[in-house]
Write a protein that binds this ligand. Sequence first.
Ligand code: NI
Length: 224
Amino acid sequence: MIVIEDVLSQDVLSEVSAALRELRWEDGRNTAGATARRVKRNQQADLSSRTGSKVRDVLLEAVTRHPVVEAYARPLRFAPPLISCTGEGDTYGLHIDNPVMGKGEARLRTDLSLTLFLSPPESYEGGELEIETVFRTESIKLPAGSMVIYPSTELHRVAPVTSGERFVFVSWIQSAIRDAAQRAILFDITNLKAGLARSFPPGSPELLSLAKTESNLLRMWADT
Ligand code: NI
């Protein structure tokens, strides 16, 4: 998994925080799958309103245009995002995200889940995103404007909020690179390319060779 800091500028964050107060909220169970519904206790914003769709577009743009998201996740498509509010006494118990979301053209396989934190961590108690990996449980509570992307294959939960309100923006990614190990190799190569570009001139044989390797691995592995 990866944490990406400062996905949102302070200006965007203030604009979004103000807009959240104007949104209409509904029971989060409406969008949960059968197993998740039993453990989901939160509110979700109605993003069909004018303010709702504007907030959604601003946040989706910041996420989808981020170069680290592109390099790490290799997104083929994003699921329609949600904005959720976990208030005092709310929680989202241990669950697995739906493997396939949407219908028709919008149908996608969820390879990666993303949570973009919208509330300052000091504004609420509890509400950690807890992800059960093979080795340990990762407990994640990030500054407002920072985001975690993690494999949708893992069980996870939102710890009960004991005071305040936790607002997050959530979406899912179908990666062009289905296999996580292949995705990790490509991410290493992208990072290596950026590192070497500081030492080698543009167009050098070393950089060209690495660009060729990256391109040809993408040709071998990428869904289109
Ligand atoms: Ni989930």
